[in-house]
Write a protein that binds this ligand. Structure first.
Ligand code: NAD
Ligand code: IPM
Ligand code: MN
Length: 360
């Protein structure tokens, strides 16, 4: 029996609520298959921990996490702790230290999901965003000069290394090739005359090695417009850290809402643990009301099952989400339903159980 040790960081706001439901899905998969099981170890890190201890995580958090097969995270950030401290010290710190340089974010419209674009898209929204996740605009370097003076200047540097840029673009080409889908690179070389010129050059270089992959290159402003106007044209998409952050919230909006958007932070070499988390944040406005949508967190759990090689259960979780959306009965208020977070999670596992035992 294979045992996967998972570090769970429920985090802040709605994080713990949605994580509970994803864990139900992981446990259901393990319960239905005698070949593997999960063991979960919880870490109380986040904003409350910070207010008590002056730190977002234990000082040796990275060493502690290194021992696990994966990390499952809810959300971080809460009023009372500045966002640039809470997010940089915890979430971005883990992504960076574990070289989780691939951020995989599916933007896939399931049947029954509410999309404002349903008539344009003809239900055909199926993108895979591959966001650079280790450097770029998130490098965290800069300078704050002449603070408080009238000639105050702030510099926020981006870092695009050849290694970092090439590996994410190559990963995107490999994915597009394997899936037989087109690849779109999104950049902004008309204004960003170093970083994005470099990005585009590397994209062209790597492209010459993949003649079988159909490609296009778009400027990020036009890409945002086209994601709404003609979402079908996007299949595999590769872009920088910041552009990927922004465009995947847009992607969430057109593919059923932020409550459905999932993400995986992958270290492809598997030297370090990968981390699975919803795209959304801690949603302080609805925290503690038991109305947060757990589907994004459940979809991230499906990405974890897929990462471990259990495609059957990963797909069962997605199919269960689709069935739930088509039934339209048990949904949280963000999807115009009246159900609670845990009612949605319970329904998902019962659909999964039925699917796995009958039709798979
Ligand atoms: P948010 O994603 O938390 O919320 C945006 C809006 O979407 C809110 O109206 C919220 O109620 C709604 N929403 C989000 N997730 C939902 C869900 N599962 N079900 C129903 N509604 C949902 O973004 P924000 O308000 O910009 O940020 C809040 C905090 O979260 C900030 O501290 C921010 O830095 C942090 N944040 C953390 C992460 C992360 O941990 N991965 C991601 C994004 C934002
Ligand atoms: C995300 C989040 C994070 C990011 C924030 C909270 C630092 O918005 O995962 O999309 O920008 O990467
Ligand atoms: Mn984001």
């Amino acid at each position: 029996m294979k045992k996967f040790n998972i570090a769970v960081i429920p985090g802040d706001g709605i994080g713990p609520e949605v994580i509970d439901e994803g864990i139900k899905v992981l446990n259901k998969a393990a319960e239905m298959d005698t070949s593997f099981q999960f063991s979960f170890t919880y870490f109380p890190w986040g904003c409350e921990f910070y207010l008590k201890n002056g730190k977002m995580m234990d000082p040796d958090a990275i060493q502690q996490l290194q021992e696990f097969d994966a990390i499952y995270l809810g959300a971080i950030g809460f009023p009372g702790v500045p966002d640039h401290i809470s997010l940089r010290d915890l979430l971005l710190n883990i992504r960076k230290n574990f070289d989780q340089y691939v951020n995989l974010r599916p933007v896939k419209l399931l049947k029954g999901a509410p999309s404002p674009l349903i008539s344009i898209a003809n239900e055909n929204i199926d993108m895979l965003f591959i966001r650079e996740n280790s450097e770029g605009e998130y490098a965290g370097e800069g300078n704050w000069l002449y603070k408080g003076k009238s000639h105050e200047v702030v510099l926020q540097n981006s870092v695009f290394s050849r290694k970092g840029t090439e590996r994410i673009i190559r990963m995107a080409f490999e994915t597009a090739k394997k899936e037989g889908r087109s690849l779109t690179s999104i950049s902004k070389a008309n204004a960003l005359n170093y970083s994005m010129v470099f990005w585009d050059e590397i994209f062209e270089e790597v492209k010459s090695e993949y003649p079988e992959v159909e490609t296009s290159s778009l400027l990020v402003d036009a890409a945002a417009m086209l994601m709404v106007k003609d979402p079908k044209r996007f299949e595999v998409v590769v872009t920088s850290n910041l552009f990927g952050d922004i465009l995947t919230d847009l992607g969430a909006a057109i593919a059923g809402g932020i409550g459905l958007a999932a993400g995986a932070n992958i270290n492809p070499e598997r030297k370090y643990p990968s981390m699975f988390e919803p795209v959304h944040g801690s949603a302080p406005d609805i925290a503690g009301k038991d109305i947060s949508n757990p589907l994004a967190s459940i979809w991230s759990a499906s990405q974890m099952l897929d990462f471990f090689g259990y495609k059957k259960y990963a797909q069962a979780a997605i199919d269960a989400i689709e069935t739930l959306l088509l039934e339209g009965q048990i949904l949280t208020p963000d999807m115009n339903g009246t159900s609670s977070t845990s009612e949605v999670g319970d329904r998902i596992v019962s659909i999964m159980e039925r699917m796995i035992s009958h039709s798979y």
